[in-house]
Write a protein that binds this ligand. Structure first.
Ligand code: PEP
Length: 266
């Protein structure tokens, strides 16, 4: 079985509009040139790089990221294909702008926008129907961790979100990001041991539910205050297949530095 590729992904949240996105991509291009990173080197090291800009910057990516070894996607998409859903955007619409992946179940969507597990499951199915990759985010709150409920929460979030999917879809089209809520945007990251333990637990869940051939293929990332200073220790863990990075992805040089670290480990 081929080893899993490492995935370094940036979630810009509600930051970096079209003009700033263009400047960022130009700078990232410069960073890649200085580090001699291109499609071929990422391919041979087994590293994937992606970004989730805001919707309004997707068209900039469709122009400026075309010749870059960077996949991009949307931070959200509605659970229906089209219709009377004012203010929403469909997976097919972002696909038209070259998006190849969609974030589903980010903790900010769960907690600020009250997205339910049912809605998240429907979004997963819709994104897959559009032939786009899903990056499913799961993670416990501080209160849940302190009560000892972390694994129950992860089990519920993972298994309800992908309950309707086939083993093939889970192996090839779904990646999972373990993002403890208390570590997102707080500067407080999970320890590499905690990240490993949670990612390993999720992989075991996938094996039990979808089979032992699926689990080793499924990529499971860690997210929560990853930055150049802590990336290596986290990415070195065997069940951590990459990082989903918020704050530290907003500057091209910092993001490139995490990619450089991943290239050395992969
Ligand atoms: C995120 O938004 O998915 C995230 C992990 O953010 P940060 O890296 O800023 O904690």
């Amino acid at each position: 079985m081929e080893p899993r590729r490492m995935h370094i992904s940036g979630n810009w949240k509600m930051n970096l509009g079209p003009r700033q996105s263009k400047g960022y991509l130009d700078e990232l291009k410069g960073q890649f040139a200085a580090l001699s990173f291109d499609q071929e080197s990422f391919e041979s090291r087994g590293v994937d790089v992606s970004l989730f800009p805001p919707f309004t910057s997707l068209h900039v990516f469709s122009e400026s990221a075309r010749d870059m070894p960077v996949v991009y996607g949307a931070q959200n998409a509605y659970c229906e294909a089209s219709g009377a859903y004012t203010g929403e955007i469909s997976a097919d619409m972002v696909k038209e702008l070259g998006a190849r992946q969609v974030l589903v179940g980010h903790s900010e969507r769960r907690h600020i926008f009250a997205e339910s597990t049912d809605l998240i499951a429907r979004k997963v199915s819709r994104v897959l129907s559009a032939d786009l990759q899903v990056m499913l985010c799961v993670g416990e709150t501080l209160e849940e961790r302190q009560k000892g409920d972390t694994f129950d929460v992860l089990e519920k979030q993972v298994l309800t979100a992908i309950a309707h999917q086939t083993p093939e879809e889970v192996a090839s089209w779904i990646q999972i990001a373990y993002e403890p809520v208390w570590a997102i945007g707080t500067g407080r990251n999970a320890s590499p041991e905690d990240a490993q333990e949670a990612c390993q637990f999720i992989r075991r869940l996938i094996a039990e539910r979808f089979g032992h051939r699926v689990a080793p293929k499924t990529r499971i990332l860690y997210g929560g205050s990853v930055k150049p200073g802590n990336a290596q220790a986290i990415l070195e863990r065997p069940d951590v297949d990459g990082a989903l990075i918020g704050g530290a992805s907003l500057k091209a040089d910092t993001f490139a530095e995490v990619i450089r670290i991943a290239m050395e480990i992969a």
